[in-house]
Design a protein around this ligand. Structure first.
Ligand SMILES: Cc1cc2nc3c(=O)[nH]c(=O)nc-3n(C[C@H](O)[C@H](O)[C@H](O)COP(=O)(O)OP(=O)(O)OC[C@H]3O[C@@H](n4cnc5c(N)ncnc54)[C@H](O)[C@@H]3O)c2cc1C
Length: 346
């Protein structure tokens, strides 16, 4: 049998680790370089929903979630600062698991099947042939006079009305989801306008919501896990196409879907799966690196175009302050719009 060429993946987040596992399952030698260390908390809603679940099953990773104690989210409720909906059944259940646990479990699987992983060092060389970019979101310049930043913290003693609660506010949104080990994940995306005086408010205060809001009431008795608090800034929500990238990219390195959709992790798993066959073909000498790049980029663009377009508009509508009360009132009386949006963004 012809010798297989090794593949190097830069970035050991969900996309890089999933790709690494998929390639190792096909006997391709793989090395991942990760700038950080494990285990670590990540800013993420920790709500896995959409076609990525089928990817995980095809890669034999479904059991990993059960073993790690993942919980299923089957209902959702929506809130503005003054309006709310009753809990609604999600069109399809989501899987909720802490990233601290999930990333660690993927690392263990990757190593167990022969993957090599280097941590704690940032890769700063050129992305030559044989090197895949899985480095996550690209830090973005300011957009439309605003900067987006994300915050996350875990807590106990939070009584939810649904498995997922989405709280909209003029500053952004906060999602609260039940996760493993009896905790809830509180994760928000917020906007800070350029020129706004002072630094962003204390992150924990933003996650707790405005006085009197349903969000603040919900978190009134919460016991926060301070070690889980994390923050990121410079988030670009402008959709990009994989075809314009000079490198083979997977996950957020291609583009980031607005987090309000809860589909970014799914896209990371799916893009990793789409990259496996072309990279195996390259490794075995059957196609060139450039043809592998074109095939992966084309398949990712075709797969993600519709949901990125829907997500862009959905995010705009949901995070326009004047539309939040009417939107939640509408969602309280009618199922079809949010079910349609749920379907089209995953
Ligand atoms: C506020 C917020 C809420 C979200 N909520 C959800 C949700 O509920 N559901 C959902 O599905 N998605 C959600 N997402 C999106 C989801 O978190 C991402 O889509 C997903 O983590 C992307 O995975 P990735 O592997 O592409 O990138 P990452 O997880 O960011 O991994 C990239 C890795 O590359 C490493 N790296 C970067 N540069 C280098 C370098 N030069 N050398 C070595 N290593 C490097 C980084 O350290 C990092 O570990 C949310 C995102 C945000 C911001």
């Amino acid at each position: 049998m012809a010798k297989t060429k090794p593949i190097t993946i830069i970035g050991g987040g969900l996309a890089g680790l999933t790709l690494g596992i998929g390639l190792r399952q096909r006997d391709v030698p793989v090395t991942i370089h990760e700038a950080g260390n494990y285990p670590r908390h990540r800013v993420c809603g920790e709500f896995i929903s959409g076609r990525g679940q089928a990817t995980l099953a095809r890669l034999g990773l479904g059991q990993l979630f059960d073993e790690a104690g993942a919980v299923r989210a089957e209902t959702a409720a929506f809130f503005s600062e003054t309006k709310s909906t009753a809990p609604r059944s999600l069109p399809s259940a989501a899987i909720c698991l802490s990233r601290f646990t999930l990333d660690g479990a993927l690392v263990k699987t990757f190593r167990k099947i022969g993957g090599e992983l280097f941590t704690g060092e940032r890769f700063g060389k050129d992305f030559n042939e044989g090197i895949v970019r899985a480095t996550g979101r690209r830090v973005a310049a300011d957009e439309s006079g605003a900067r987006w930043f994300g915050l996350k913290i875990h807590a106990r003693k939070v009584a939810l009305t649904a498995d997922l609660e989405m709280h909209l506010s003029p500053r952004g949104y906060v999602g609260i989801a039940k996760i493993n080990d009896g905790e809830v994940n509180i994760c928000g995306l917020f906007r800070k306008h350029i020129g706004e005086i002072g630094e962003a408010q204390n992150g924990r205060e933003l996650l707790r919501g405005q006085p009197g809001s349903p969000l603040q009431q919900r978190l009134g008795a919460a016991e926060f896990d301070e070690d889980s608090f994390c923050a990121i800034a410079g988030i670009s929500l402008r959709p990009q196409r994989a075809a314009v990238r000079a490198e083979i990219c997977v996950g957020d390195a291609i583009t980031m879907i607005p987090p309000v959709t809860g589909n970014g992790m799914s896209m990371s798993f799916e893009s990793a799966e789409l990259a496996i066959a072309p990279l195996v073909a390259w490794s075995r000498g059957a196609i060139s690196w450039e043809n592998a790049r074109k095939k992966i980029a084309h398949d990712c663009d075709v797969t993600f175009a519709r949901r990125l377009a829907w997500a862009k508009w959905l995010q705009r509508i949901m995070l326009t302050p004047a539309l939040q009360n009417p939107l939640v009132t509408f969602a309280a009386h009618s199922d079809w719009f949010w079910r349609l949006a749920f379907d089209r963004t995953r």
